[in-house]
Ligand binder design. Structure first.
Ligand code: FAD
Length: 636
């Protein structure tokens, strides 16, 4: 094979067009640098390998943050979503989360259209087989047919494809996911580099022809009315037609069939070595782990508006096909189900994220970034968040600007990266709200207030988003001031109306904003009091509904939770005094007096860049941090 150098050089090359790759390429191009997205197939850009859904608890937070930084995922979900819900709607705003069931085809089309219309971005279809590495720096990539592409930074986002092996029962074959080839040459090349590598696995359920499902007697699960919108710039009118999901469940017979089939399960016979996702287990895993449960819920989710295929969420499996058929047909509603695609598990290589910097650049090869499933995570949202960050930092590197990663108290993206890099992961990592210690600050409703200004400063946020954001921010301030000035007096409300709106009789005059602080008073109830009403612009016939809804929500949250939020902010300030203290690259932990051997080793291995990050490494005690601070002071 005679190599051919592509006539144009790039600043950043992104390898892989999944969820990490598309956000990485878009972020890098938005930053104004010449970006190339190289992927095995342009047809599979933005493809959802598993369930067609975006968001959910913890994940929805990531999607909003990606949106706040100008990313694509929320807008694609708005254009592709066929059922929207707010999960935990009755709980506090910190854990409320948006989830969209998506039409695969519409979602992919939305992502592709954004990529094709992005200035500074070139798409090219080829499999990457090699990296050009000289003097511990990456200089480009070589494709399977020998085309050499040169760039100053390369972002690898190759998902489950590295040495991918697909299992159905005791049969297995090589593949990146069903229908796509694995990435073996690149996997061999990466294994030759000094990164720590491991194997993980994930799985997917069989798909079913919806026409062979009997929906009689199954629980209907409609979307919320009015439907939530994912993107801060999104409108309800972006959504296509909305549909219902349904719910069924496994039963004792299903469980017997699974148990009987386990002697031919690749998981239970040791054929699969990779560790699976604890929080998205296969159905055979559930039967074993929760042996006393006689039933597990299955959500029947449509794959799209133009297909009959459905996704039975909850029965991911790699059992042999005959067992899959029996187990599916033992389930209520699925008695005559036709399986259109068997379920399977896939094993793949991942790289220990502790070998990365917080920018997601690898520690051993300058200019080489990893993002997405390759770092041991699972999920589209986790991948997209890392992709955005890696694309951004790759672009910053080529612009010779300092890297940026949000802190744990700024964004779930910060929590994700910090967890991965300080702790590593031995099983597929997914996001939960419980992973964030500053949950009250990191809400879905304020991701833009937390991140959009920073995104603008970095170069990620375009004029349209910036203008909307500024209008919204000013409107929130104006509305808080207006409500603070509005006075409601006892004579303004009859006793009956007061009870209805406030849950109590009003004994003395009160400011509108103070009334809103009461848990039982909603913004809508307050605005229905004549003396409060709504801001004039909200009453106008051509009111921007997005703006009005977002401002109302924000004012309400600020009124009700300010006390708690302030307390959390104080705690952060206290911790931050040392959080940002830099640990120089040259620090020699052997020279830090009093540190135990174990702590020394852990710090040496992780090489955290700040004291805050050092403190979060498991085994690094507060006493060790004090010794470190003394050492730093001595060095000055
Ligand atoms: P991917 O979406 O996998 O994208 C990788 C991209 O890289 C593809 O476009 C591919 O064509 C391209 N590529 C690969 N190698 C090369 C190369 N050498 N050159 C050029 N391009 C290349 N997540 C969950 O949260 N829950 C689940 O239940 C779940 N189940 C899953 C089941 C299966 C069978 C699979 C395959 C995945 C599952 N996932 C699940 C994971 C989810 O699909 C991934 O987390 C997510 O897609 C990762 O995004 P990514 O961008 O890192 O990689």
């Amino acid at each position: 094979m005679i190599p051919m150098r592509f006539p144009q050089d790039f600043d950043v090359i992104v390898v892989g067009g999944g969820h990490a790759g598309t956000e990485a390429a878009l972020a890098s191009a938005r930053m104004g640098v010449r970006t190339l997205l190289l992927t095995q197939s342009i047809e599979t850009l933005g493809q959802m390998s598993c369930n067609p859904a975006i968001g959910g608890i913890g994940k929805g937070h990531l999607v909003k943050e990606i949106d706040a930084l100008g990313g694509a995922m929320a807008q694609a979900a708005d254009r592709g979503g066929i059922q929207f819900r707010t999960l935990n709607a009755s709980k506090g705003p910190a854990v409320r989360a948006t989830r969209a069931q998506a039409d695969r085809v519409l979602y992919k089309a939305a992502v592709r259209s954004m990529l094709e219309n992005q200035p500074n971005l070139t798409l090219f279809q080829q499999e990457v087989a090699d990296l050009i590495v000289e003097h511990e720096r990456v200089h480009g990539v070589v494709t399977q047919t020998g085309i050499e592409f040169r760039a100053r930074a390369v972002v690898l986002t190759v998902g489950t494809f590295l040495a991918g092996k697909i299992h159905v029962g005791l049969t297995n074959y090589q593949g990146g996911r069903a229908g796509d080839p694995p990435s073996n040459r690149l996997a061999d090349r990466l294994r030759a580099l000094p990164f720590r590598v491991g194997r993980l696995k994930t799985g997917t359920p069989p798909r079913i022809d919806g026409r062979t499902i009997n929906y009689d007697g199954l629980l209907v699960q409609p979307g919320d009315e009015p439907a939530p919108v994912f993107s801060y710039l999104g409108r309800r009118s972006d959504h296509p037609r909305q549909v219902n999901c349904h719910i069924t469940a496994t039963n004792e017979r299903t469980h017997d069939i699974i148990r009987a089939g386990c002697d031919r399960s690749p998981m239970y016979t040791g054929v699969i070595e990779g560790v699976g996702p604890r929080y998205c287990p296969s159905v055979e895993d559930k039967i074993h782990r929760f042996a006393d449960k006689t039933s597990h819920q299955i959500f029947i989710e449509p794959e799209g508006l133009t297909t009959h295929e459905i996704y039975p969420n909850g029965i991911s499996t790699s059992l042999p096909f005959d067992v899959q058929l029996d187990l599916v047909r033992s389930i209520k509603g699925f008695e005559n189900a036709h399986i259109t695609r068997p379920g399977y598990a896939i094993e793949y290589d991942y790289f220990d994220p502790r070998d990365l910097r917080y920018s997601l650049e690898t520690k051993f090869i300058g200019g080489l970034f990893f993002a997405g499933q390759i770092n041991g995570t699972t999920g589209y949202e986790e991948a997209a968040a890392q992709g955005l960050l890696a694309g951004l930092n790759a672009a910053l590197l080529t612009q010779e600007r300092e890297a940026w990663t949000p802190r744990r108290d700024e964004a779930y993206i910060g929590v994700l990266v910090d967890d991965l890099i300080t702790r590593g992961t031995s099983e597929p990592y997914r996001m939960f709200t419980s992973r964030a210690e500053y949950r009250l600050l990191l809400r879905e409703d304020n991701a833009d207030l937390r991140l959009t200004a920073k995104g603008r400063e970095l170069g990620l946020v375009d004029d349209e988003r910036w203008a909307f954001f500024n209008t919204k921010r000013a409107a929130i301030d104006a509305e808080v001031t207006r409500l603070d000035k509005a006075i409601v007096r006892p004579q303004h409300l009859t006793e009956e109306r007061s009870l209805e709106l406030l849950g109590t009789t009003l004994s003395r005059e009160a400011h509108g904003f103070d009334l809103l602080r009461r848990p039982e008073v909603s913004y809508a109830a307050l605005a229905s009091i004549e003396q409060v009403g709504k801001a004039d612009w909200m009453k106008a016939a051509d009111v921007d509904e997005r703006l009005a809804e977002q401002v109302q929500l924000q004012v309400e949250v600020q009124a009700k939770y300010t006390g708690y939020i302030d307390r959390q902010q104080d705690e952060i300030e206290r911790q931050r005094r040392h959080e940002d203290t830099r640990l120089p690259d040259s620090i020699d932990y052997a020279q830090v007096r009093g540190l135990s051997m174990e702590v020394r080793q852990r710090l040496q291995e992780a090489r955290p860049d700040t004291v805050g990050r050092a403190a979060r490494i498991p085994g690094v005690t507060p006493a060790a941090i004090s010794l470190l601070l003394v050492h730093l002071k001595r060095r000055q």
